[in-house]
Write a protein that binds this ligand. Structure first.
Ligand code: ACM
Length: 263
């Protein structure tokens, strides 16, 4: 499967301009699935919850409708990080969109730092969704720090994890190799670049968007600080084979009866 990542610096608050850049990029390259950054249309550093809610949109909404139209035009699918308004709730969400419209929404479970001031934590469990003959799971940025997220998706049969990010710490790109390897799933992490200075805070995002195959091999990685469209061919079939050696299986060898899952 050809996976496209669009690593760029969304302009804060310029939802329509950011969407136009995404549409232009998807029109300019061939991929079966596009993964876009976290909060790809709004930018990241909201001053407060009210500003975040004002820039958030519903799902389905204008952005997912534009992405669905693009899917029909290009015969592609996409996973986009979006600020989502749902009643009086605001979520840091990822929308999985195909020609038929919104297929699924994932609402970020593990909020990072100031996100806790702006968003509600996602209330629903991790789930997998059809992707042709394969299955797609979603997680967002800081979810990488909690191995249970990727493991939960793998146990449900995910072959690929689509991972929109706005990474500011330097660890995730290396850590995702372990997430892919220990679960036998491909992982597509689409990060952003650039610096945001708002609300007395400055954050620089770490780029290096990447695609890992189901054995944890790095198939492609973008630069740390340049806008880049990365299109990578990844074979998802090995995700169905969880063997490590003749006598070991990633998921089958687990001993859950010996794991304490709460402290
Ligand atoms: C993050 O979760 N955006 C660091």
């Amino acid at each position: 499967m050809k996976i496209g990542l669009y690593q760029f610096a969304p302009e804060f608050g310029a939802v329509e301009r950011n969407l136009e850049r995404i549409v232009g990029t998807v029109r300019g390259a061939e991929a079966e699935l596009w993964v876009l950054p976290e909060l790809a249309t709004t930018g990241y550093l909201f001053a407060d919850r009210a500003e975040c809610a004002a820039l958030a949109e519903t799902i389905p909404g204008p952005t997912t409708e534009a992405l669905a139209a693009l899917s029909r035009e290009r015969g592609t699918r996409s996973v986009a990080g979006l600020a989502e308004r749902l009643g009086d709730r605001v979520y840091n969400s990822a929308a999985y969109v195909g020609p038929e419209g919104v297929v699924a929404v994932y609402r970020k479970v593990h909020l990072f730092d100031r996100e806790r001031l702006c968003f509600d934590p996602g209330p629903e469990p991790f789930r997998v969704h059809p992707l042709g003959d394969f299955r797609l799971g979603m997680m967002i940025c800081f979810d990488w720090m909690f191995p249970e997220a990727a493991r939960s998706l793998a146990l449900q049969g995910a072959d690929l994890i689509a991972h929109p990010t706005n990474l500011v710490l330097p660890y995730c790109q290396a850590a995702m190799v372990t997430r892919a390897l220990e679960n036998g799933v491909a992982c597509a992490t689409c990060n952003r670049i650039g610096t945001e200075r708002r609300a007395g805070v400055e954050l620089t995002f770490t780029g290096r968007s990447q695609v890992l195959d189901p054995r944890g091999r790095l198939l492609g990685q973008a630069a740390a600080d340049a806008e880049e469209t990365l299109v990578v061919e990844v074979d998802l079939a090995p995700a169905r084979d969880k063997r490590i050696t003749e006598r070991n299986d990633r998921l089958g060898d687990r001993r859950p009866e010996l794991y304490r899952t709460s402290s």
